[in-house]
Design a protein around this ligand. Structure first.
Ligand code: TYD
Length: 135
């Protein structure tokens, strides 16, 4: 159960030969996918992210290995273990997030509903808190 990030079950079609997981836009991914990126080879002890988006919606899935996804809506913080290649977490706009405790070889795949746009990022926590206090 997650309060800040909806958990999404992807379609697992594996059989005795191995795993197969399917993600489809507007089906299990709740938007049209415009961009896919993945974070891999993260060095030991490194934490990444530390931003919120103004409008971007994303779904993250640890397709290999595991990490911890920390979500913060300005009021509550939640740490979600990302350890299943069949389960994604929705990162909504206005949610500060960072990732930590990457296992060696962890691959975090992210589906996004828009192209990369640096102006959509809030990268300063003070700015994020200020914005949240205004709404
Ligand atoms: P950054 O946001 O710092 O990564 P993380 O939040 O995972 O720590 O991104 C690293 C660099 O890559 C930064 O200069 C922005 C750039 N970037 C793109 O050009 N396109 C993308 O789709 C993403 C996700 C990042």
């Amino acid at each position: 159960m997650s309060e800040l990030g909806e958990m999404i079950e992807l379609q697992a079609l594996g059989d005795s030969r191995g795993g197969l997981v399917v993600a489809e836009a507007q089906k299990n991914i709740p938007f049209e996918i415009k961009r896919v990126y993945w974070i891999h080879g993260t060095q030991e002890g490194v934490e990444r992210g530390f931003h919120a988006h103004k409008a971007l919606r994303q779904v993250a899935v640890a397709v290999s290995g595991s990490c911890e996804m920390v979500l913060d809506d300005g009021k509550n913080t939640e740490s979600i273990p990302m350890e299943s290649s069949v389960t994604g977490v929705v990162i909504e706009p206005g949610v500060w997030h960072y990732m930590k405790d990457f296992t060696a070889g962890c691959v975090l795949l992210v589906f996004a509903d828009d192209y990369y746009d640096e102006t959509d990022y809030i990268r300063k926590y003070d700015e994020f808190k200020e914005l949240k206090n205004r709404i």
